[in-house]
Design a protein around this ligand. Structure first.
Ligand SMILES: N[C@@H](CCC[C@H](N)C(=O)O)C(=O)O
Length: 312
Protein backbone atom coordinates (compact mmCIF):
# COMPACT_ATOMS: atom_id res chain seq x y z
CA UNK A 1 0.00 0.00 0.00
CA UNK A 2 2.60 2.60 1.10
CA UNK A 3 5.61 1.02 -0.66
CA UNK A 4 8.62 0.36 1.56
CA UNK A 5 8.62 2.48 4.69
CA UNK A 6 11.33 2.02 7.32
CA UNK A 7 10.16 2.10 10.90
CA UNK A 8 11.41 1.59 14.40
CA UNK A 9 9.19 0.15 17.08
CA UNK A 10 9.75 1.67 20.51
CA UNK A 11 8.07 1.37 23.88
CA UNK A 12 7.82 3.40 27.05
CA UNK A 13 6.50 1.39 30.00
CA UNK A 14 4.99 -1.06 27.51
CA UNK A 15 3.10 1.65 25.59
CA UNK A 16 4.39 0.73 22.12
CA UNK A 17 4.30 2.69 18.89
CA UNK A 18 5.65 2.28 15.37
CA UNK A 19 7.81 5.35 14.61
CA UNK A 20 8.40 6.53 11.05
CA UNK A 21 11.13 9.09 10.37
CA UNK A 22 9.44 11.46 7.91
CA UNK A 23 12.50 13.67 7.47
CA UNK A 24 13.20 11.60 4.36
CA UNK A 25 10.06 9.47 3.96
CA UNK A 26 6.45 10.31 3.18
CA UNK A 27 3.33 8.60 4.50
CA UNK A 28 0.36 9.26 2.25
CA UNK A 29 -2.39 7.85 4.43
CA UNK A 30 -1.35 7.79 8.12
CA UNK A 31 -4.83 6.75 9.35
CA UNK A 32 -4.74 3.61 7.22
CA UNK A 33 -1.09 2.85 8.02
CA UNK A 34 -1.82 3.26 11.76
CA UNK A 35 -4.58 0.66 11.60
CA UNK A 36 -2.43 -1.66 9.51
CA UNK A 37 0.75 -1.58 11.61
CA UNK A 38 -1.07 -1.63 14.95
CA UNK A 39 -2.77 -4.97 14.35
CA UNK A 40 -1.31 -7.43 16.88
CA UNK A 41 -2.04 -10.39 14.59
CA UNK A 42 -1.74 -9.07 11.04
CA UNK A 43 0.65 -6.12 11.49
CA UNK A 44 3.72 -5.07 13.44
CA UNK A 45 1.67 -4.85 16.64
CA UNK A 46 1.44 -1.51 18.47
CA UNK A 47 -0.79 0.98 20.24
CA UNK A 48 -0.50 3.28 17.23
CA UNK A 49 1.71 5.07 14.73
CA UNK A 50 3.96 8.07 15.34
CA UNK A 51 5.35 10.15 12.48
CA UNK A 52 8.41 12.29 13.23
CA UNK A 53 8.43 15.26 10.85
CA UNK A 54 10.60 18.37 10.49
CA UNK A 55 9.40 21.42 12.43
CA UNK A 56 10.47 25.05 11.91
CA UNK A 57 10.07 25.68 15.67
CA UNK A 58 11.47 22.52 17.26
CA UNK A 59 13.75 19.50 16.71
CA UNK A 60 10.78 17.64 15.23
CA UNK A 61 7.00 17.51 15.05
CA UNK A 62 5.43 14.40 16.59
CA UNK A 63 2.25 13.35 14.81
CA UNK A 64 0.43 10.58 16.65
CA UNK A 65 -2.28 8.21 15.42
CA UNK A 66 -4.06 5.74 17.69
CA UNK A 67 -4.50 2.10 16.67
CA UNK A 68 -8.00 2.84 15.25
CA UNK A 69 -6.49 5.53 12.98
CA UNK A 70 -7.77 8.51 14.99
CA UNK A 71 -5.32 11.35 15.56
CA UNK A 72 -4.09 12.19 19.06
CA UNK A 73 -3.08 15.64 20.26
CA UNK A 74 -0.20 14.52 22.44
CA UNK A 75 1.35 11.39 23.93
CA UNK A 76 3.63 11.35 26.98
CA UNK A 77 5.29 8.00 26.30
CA UNK A 78 5.46 8.81 22.59
CA UNK A 79 7.28 12.06 23.38
CA UNK A 80 9.78 10.22 25.56
CA UNK A 81 10.54 7.66 22.84
CA UNK A 82 10.64 10.37 20.15
CA UNK A 83 13.24 12.20 22.26
CA UNK A 84 15.30 9.06 22.52
CA UNK A 85 15.07 8.57 18.75
CA UNK A 86 16.13 12.18 18.03
CA UNK A 87 19.01 11.84 20.51
CA UNK A 88 20.27 8.77 18.61
CA UNK A 89 19.76 10.57 15.29
CA UNK A 90 21.96 13.42 16.58
CA UNK A 91 24.81 10.94 17.07
CA UNK A 92 23.95 10.78 20.80
CA UNK A 93 25.00 14.40 21.29
CA UNK A 94 21.72 16.22 21.83
CA UNK A 95 20.18 15.32 25.19
CA UNK A 96 17.92 18.38 25.54
CA UNK A 97 15.24 18.41 22.84
CA UNK A 98 12.20 20.38 21.79
CA UNK A 99 9.35 18.39 20.27
CA UNK A 100 6.27 19.95 18.75
CA UNK A 101 2.82 18.33 19.05
CA UNK A 102 -0.70 19.48 18.21
CA UNK A 103 -0.83 20.65 21.85
CA UNK A 104 2.32 22.75 21.71
CA UNK A 105 6.08 22.36 22.13
CA UNK A 106 7.49 20.14 24.90
CA UNK A 107 11.04 20.00 26.25
CA UNK A 108 12.50 16.51 26.71
CA UNK A 109 15.68 15.42 28.48
CA UNK A 110 17.46 12.16 27.67
CA UNK A 111 19.55 10.47 30.36
CA UNK A 112 21.46 7.56 28.80
CA UNK A 113 22.10 4.92 31.48
CA UNK A 114 23.88 2.21 29.48
CA UNK A 115 24.00 0.86 25.90
CA UNK A 116 20.32 -0.09 25.90
CA UNK A 117 18.64 1.87 28.62
CA UNK A 118 17.64 5.50 28.63
CA UNK A 119 15.57 7.37 31.17
CA UNK A 120 13.70 10.18 29.46
CA UNK A 121 11.92 13.03 31.16
CA UNK A 122 9.48 15.28 29.37
CA UNK A 123 7.91 18.55 30.49
CA UNK A 124 4.20 18.00 29.86
CA UNK A 125 3.26 21.55 30.91
CA UNK A 126 0.81 22.56 33.63
CA UNK A 127 -2.34 20.67 32.71
CA UNK A 128 -5.64 21.58 34.32
CA UNK A 129 -8.67 19.97 35.89
CA UNK A 130 -11.89 20.51 33.94
CA UNK A 131 -14.97 21.29 35.90
CA UNK A 132 -17.20 18.64 34.31
CA UNK A 133 -18.95 16.09 36.55
CA UNK A 134 -18.02 12.43 36.06
CA UNK A 135 -21.03 10.03 36.13
CA UNK A 136 -19.86 8.19 39.26
CA UNK A 137 -23.22 6.63 40.12
CA UNK A 138 -23.65 5.15 36.62
CA UNK A 139 -20.03 4.01 36.65
CA UNK A 140 -20.80 2.01 39.81
CA UNK A 141 -22.83 -0.39 37.63
CA UNK A 142 -19.63 -1.55 35.93
CA UNK A 143 -17.60 -2.08 39.10
CA UNK A 144 -17.33 -5.43 40.88
CA UNK A 145 -19.26 -5.71 44.17
CA UNK A 146 -17.39 -4.16 47.09
CA UNK A 147 -15.38 -1.69 45.02
CA UNK A 148 -16.45 1.92 45.00
CA UNK A 149 -15.28 5.20 43.55
CA UNK A 150 -13.46 7.50 46.02
CA UNK A 151 -13.37 10.35 43.55
CA UNK A 152 -13.17 10.97 39.81
CA UNK A 153 -12.36 13.97 37.67
CA UNK A 154 -11.56 15.12 34.16
CA UNK A 155 -8.08 16.48 33.42
CA UNK A 156 -6.57 18.16 30.38
CA UNK A 157 -2.88 17.37 29.77
CA UNK A 158 -2.98 18.49 26.16
CA UNK A 159 -5.38 15.56 25.72
CA UNK A 160 -8.35 14.62 27.90
CA UNK A 161 -8.33 12.03 30.70
CA UNK A 162 -11.00 10.81 33.08
CA UNK A 163 -9.20 9.72 36.27
CA UNK A 164 -11.10 7.44 38.65
CA UNK A 165 -9.74 6.53 42.10
CA UNK A 166 -11.31 3.32 43.42
CA UNK A 167 -11.27 1.73 46.82
CA UNK A 168 -12.21 -1.66 48.18
CA UNK A 169 -14.54 -1.09 51.15
CA UNK A 170 -13.59 -4.47 52.60
CA UNK A 171 -10.06 -3.09 52.97
CA UNK A 172 -8.58 -6.54 52.43
CA UNK A 173 -4.85 -6.02 52.15
CA UNK A 174 -3.17 -6.89 48.86
CA UNK A 175 -6.56 -7.52 47.28
CA UNK A 176 -6.28 -7.23 43.50
CA UNK A 177 -8.85 -4.43 43.20
CA UNK A 178 -7.83 -3.39 39.70
CA UNK A 179 -7.39 -6.89 38.28
CA UNK A 180 -11.09 -7.54 38.96
CA UNK A 181 -12.23 -4.63 36.82
CA UNK A 182 -13.86 -5.15 33.46
CA UNK A 183 -11.80 -2.42 31.74
CA UNK A 184 -13.65 -3.02 28.50
CA UNK A 185 -16.95 -1.91 29.97
CA UNK A 186 -15.55 0.89 32.15
CA UNK A 187 -13.36 2.17 29.30
CA UNK A 188 -16.09 2.13 26.65
CA UNK A 189 -18.56 3.84 28.96
CA UNK A 190 -16.26 6.71 29.99
CA UNK A 191 -14.44 7.13 26.67
CA UNK A 192 -17.74 7.84 24.95
CA UNK A 193 -19.61 9.65 27.76
CA UNK A 194 -21.48 12.40 25.85
CA UNK A 195 -21.21 15.16 28.49
CA UNK A 196 -17.41 15.16 28.18
CA UNK A 197 -17.88 16.68 24.72
CA UNK A 198 -15.22 14.54 23.06
CA UNK A 199 -13.72 11.08 23.47
CA UNK A 200 -11.43 10.75 26.48
CA UNK A 201 -8.70 8.49 27.84
CA UNK A 202 -9.50 6.69 31.08
CA UNK A 203 -7.31 5.81 34.09
CA UNK A 204 -8.64 3.72 36.95
CA UNK A 205 -6.29 3.78 39.92
CA UNK A 206 -5.96 2.55 43.47
CA UNK A 207 -3.66 4.00 46.10
CA UNK A 208 -0.93 1.82 47.40
CA UNK A 209 0.49 2.49 50.80
CA UNK A 210 2.40 5.76 50.80
CA UNK A 211 6.10 4.99 50.66
CA UNK A 212 7.62 4.73 54.15
CA UNK A 213 11.05 5.02 52.67
CA UNK A 214 12.30 6.00 49.23
CA UNK A 215 11.03 3.89 46.34
CA UNK A 216 13.69 3.59 43.68
CA UNK A 217 11.87 4.32 40.47
CA UNK A 218 14.99 4.10 38.31
CA UNK A 219 18.73 4.57 38.57
CA UNK A 220 18.10 8.32 38.64
CA UNK A 221 14.70 8.81 40.26
CA UNK A 222 13.22 8.06 43.65
CA UNK A 223 9.73 8.51 45.02
CA UNK A 224 10.28 9.99 48.46
CA UNK A 225 8.12 9.45 51.57
CA UNK A 226 5.20 11.84 51.70
CA UNK A 227 4.41 11.38 48.05
CA UNK A 228 1.80 9.33 46.31
CA UNK A 229 2.17 5.82 44.90
CA UNK A 230 -0.69 4.36 42.87
CA UNK A 231 -1.43 1.37 40.68
CA UNK A 232 -3.41 2.12 37.55
CA UNK A 233 -5.01 0.55 34.52
CA UNK A 234 -5.47 2.55 31.36
CA UNK A 235 -8.01 2.67 28.57
CA UNK A 236 -6.89 4.90 25.74
CA UNK A 237 -9.16 6.83 23.45
CA UNK A 238 -8.69 5.19 20.05
CA UNK A 239 -6.45 2.34 21.27
CA UNK A 240 -8.49 0.46 23.96
CA UNK A 241 -6.61 -0.96 26.95
CA UNK A 242 -2.86 -0.30 26.84
CA UNK A 243 -0.04 -1.24 29.22
CA UNK A 244 0.57 2.37 30.23
CA UNK A 245 -0.08 5.99 29.34
CA UNK A 246 2.29 8.86 30.03
CA UNK A 247 -0.17 11.72 29.80
CA UNK A 248 -2.45 9.48 31.90
CA UNK A 249 0.18 9.30 34.66
CA UNK A 250 0.34 13.13 34.64
CA UNK A 251 -3.46 13.28 34.80
CA UNK A 252 -3.40 10.97 37.83
CA UNK A 253 -0.90 13.23 39.59
CA UNK A 254 -2.91 16.34 38.77
CA UNK A 255 -6.23 14.81 39.81
CA UNK A 256 -4.77 13.35 43.00
CA UNK A 257 -3.11 16.58 44.04
CA UNK A 258 -6.47 18.29 43.66
CA UNK A 259 -8.57 15.57 45.31
CA UNK A 260 -6.36 14.12 48.05
CA UNK A 261 -5.41 16.25 51.01
CA UNK A 262 -1.62 16.31 51.27
CA UNK A 263 -1.51 14.64 54.68
CA UNK A 264 -3.53 11.65 53.42
CA UNK A 265 -0.73 10.75 51.05
CA UNK A 266 1.83 10.84 53.83
CA UNK A 267 2.93 7.77 55.79
CA UNK A 268 1.25 7.25 59.19
CA UNK A 269 -1.54 9.65 58.35
CA UNK A 270 0.97 12.42 57.73
CA UNK A 271 2.28 13.95 60.89
CA UNK A 272 5.15 15.80 59.43
CA UNK A 273 3.93 18.39 56.96
CA UNK A 274 1.14 19.88 54.95
CA UNK A 275 3.30 20.38 51.88
CA UNK A 276 1.49 19.49 48.67
CA UNK A 277 2.90 16.27 47.27
CA UNK A 278 5.65 16.92 44.77
CA UNK A 279 5.87 13.52 43.09
CA UNK A 280 3.78 10.56 42.17
CA UNK A 281 4.94 7.08 41.28
CA UNK A 282 2.48 5.32 38.98
CA UNK A 283 2.71 1.55 38.56
CA UNK A 284 0.97 0.51 35.38
CA UNK A 285 0.85 -3.05 33.95
CA UNK A 286 3.75 -2.21 31.55
CA UNK A 287 6.03 -0.53 34.07
CA UNK A 288 6.58 2.48 36.30
CA UNK A 289 6.21 6.13 35.45
CA UNK A 290 7.27 9.01 37.60
CA UNK A 291 5.61 12.41 37.68
CA UNK A 292 7.23 15.35 39.39
CA UNK A 293 5.91 18.84 39.86
CA UNK A 294 8.67 21.32 39.09
CA UNK A 295 7.54 24.93 39.26
CA UNK A 296 3.96 23.91 38.44
CA UNK A 297 4.98 21.92 35.37
CA UNK A 298 4.42 18.15 35.22
CA UNK A 299 7.64 16.32 34.43
CA UNK A 300 7.02 12.76 33.25
CA UNK A 301 9.90 10.29 33.60
CA UNK A 302 10.37 6.69 32.53
CA UNK A 303 12.44 4.35 30.42
CA UNK A 304 12.27 4.63 26.63
CA UNK A 305 13.41 1.58 24.71
CA UNK A 306 13.88 0.53 21.08
CA UNK A 307 12.29 -2.86 20.40
CA UNK A 308 13.18 -3.55 16.74
CA UNK A 309 13.36 -1.99 13.29
CA UNK A 310 11.79 -3.11 10.01
CA UNK A 311 10.03 -2.12 6.80
CA UNK A 312 6.34 -2.07 5.92
N1 LIG B 1 -0.31 6.75 25.11
C1 LIG B 1 -0.35 8.13 25.18
C2 LIG B 1 -1.55 8.89 24.74
C3 LIG B 1 -1.89 8.57 23.29
C4 LIG B 1 -2.97 9.43 22.71
C5 LIG B 1 -4.30 9.17 23.31
N2 LIG B 1 -4.80 7.85 23.06
C6 LIG B 1 -5.28 10.21 22.77
O1 LIG B 1 -5.84 10.02 21.68
O2 LIG B 1 -5.47 11.23 23.46
C7 LIG B 1 0.48 8.72 26.30
O3 LIG B 1 1.45 8.06 26.72
O4 LIG B 1 0.24 9.85 26.72
Amino acid sequence: MEGQISFVKMEGAGNDYVYVDCFDQYVKNPQLLARKVSSRHFGVGSDGLILLKPSPRADCFMDIYNSDGSRGRTCGNGLRCAARYMWEKSGKTKTDLRIETLSGICRAYVHPLNERRCWVQVDMGRGFVRNVPVPVRELGRFLPAGIFVSWACLCDIGNLHCVVMVKDWREVKEKPVLEELDMNRVGHFLENYPDFGEKVNVEVCAKIRAPQKEIYVSETEVCAPGNLAVRARVWERGSKETLSCGSGACAIYLAASRMIKADEALPNGGESSCQPMKQCCVFMPGGRLHVENIGGHLFLGGYATEVFTGKV
